[in-house]
Design a protein around this ligand. Sequence first.
Ligand SMILES: [Zn+2]
Length: 493
Amino acid sequence: MSFTVLTAEFSHESNTFSRCPADYAAFTDRGINLGEDAIAARGKANTPIAGFLDIGRPAGWRVIHAISAAAQPSGPVTRDAFDRIAGVIVETAKAHADKIDGVLLGLHGAMVTEFCEDGEGELLERVRAVLGPDVPIGITLDPHANVTRKMTELANIVVSYKTYPHVDVRETGKLAAGIMQRTLKGDIRPVTLRAGRPMLEEVNGGRTDIGPMVERIAKAKAYEKEAGVFAVSVNGGFGNADIHEAGPTVLVTCEGQREKHQAFAEALVDDMWQRRFDMVTPFLSVENAVAEAKSYVASSGPLIIADYADNPGGGGYGDATGLLKGMIGADLKDACFGPMVDPEVAAELRKGKPGSTVSVRLGGKVDAELGGGPLELTGTLVRVSDGDYVGDGPMMGGLQASWGPCAVLRVGDIEILVTTIRAQMTDLQQFRAFGIDPAAKRVVGLKSMQHFRAAFEPIAGKVIVCDSGALCTPDLSKLPYRRVRRPIFPLDK
Ligand SMILES: [Zn+2]
């Protein structure tokens, strides 16, 4: 017997403190693909849809893919963007309602819209309204999800990635689709249980390469082998979303023995609470990071300085200048920095002639109060480009993306990648396609919290992490929360 499965990908991580809304144009910047075009663009990469197809194709599913849409993390999704993208999914469900046996959605799990705190819950509600309560729905999530009760009530199967950097997105899609196949065959009837704690996020931002999350993921995987357990998800949460249900959760997708599985989830999430002070990442000030860079000897690869606080992947504006200013002030030799997101300067430079001397007022424009205002710089224009590249690393391999119009500007001995589109640095091609080889540099400054590690740690001599004071500061107590439930850690002691 073969089944008809509706699939879609719709993801956004909404930093409610950001001034930049995720409008429809923000989704087209990163890419909106419909139906078979989406499968052609994303069906073989590290994506949920690739994982769904890994199971669905050999199982003989008729896959109806509605849409794949994602925007860079930023402020809440506008009503227009949400209605248009969710609308494609809902209309596709309507058009095939009598044939659809199951639904698989690749979501993020921290989407806030202009009109509701729980974008994923809203989407699931709209899909359920068309297909009714009995069609099984499975979703994959990013572990930086704020998983609401509504989401676990409306989806039968919920599975999060188990790695950060997220290198197992496809594997996660596969796991969810495998559970879906067993459900469609009538072998199992899964539900998803949820446990949370009153805290904004896991103390190490959910990183899984070192620290206590390593143990938790091992426990989760071991528990997945228990009878009646299909998936265990350990979500570090997303503390930059000021919503009632923000925070870490543990989910168990299972059947039978609810009390036992709930107790397991409670114990695992309790470990996040108990070890809420066990921070493993040291955060350096700009001054200390630059001092280390000044004397660094690149015998086994460059020093990588991650500008954690201005991570566009967490909703940072990508134009904070604090770290770059420090690097230029110290006159660092043989260095590069990227991205510096500044559409105005990128457009201006794009008109210039490589080799010419240019003066620009760079970065710090979205909110000069956070992470440093504009820098007045004079340098040499090295290269201009349309910004397109194809990733080749563990996260982005095979995926096409773009910085939009961009340029490389050399100031002193620092090559600066100036871009139009906001994105974090996760792939070497994001530098290399524009003539900058980070592996050959002595010092590399980049905007990312953790995802850069997948591609950059193998070429790095050393990695340090800097809190430049921008929007995504690790010190959440600096942010003006209004809507999270109280008391909550670390806001209330
Ligand atoms: Zn994430």
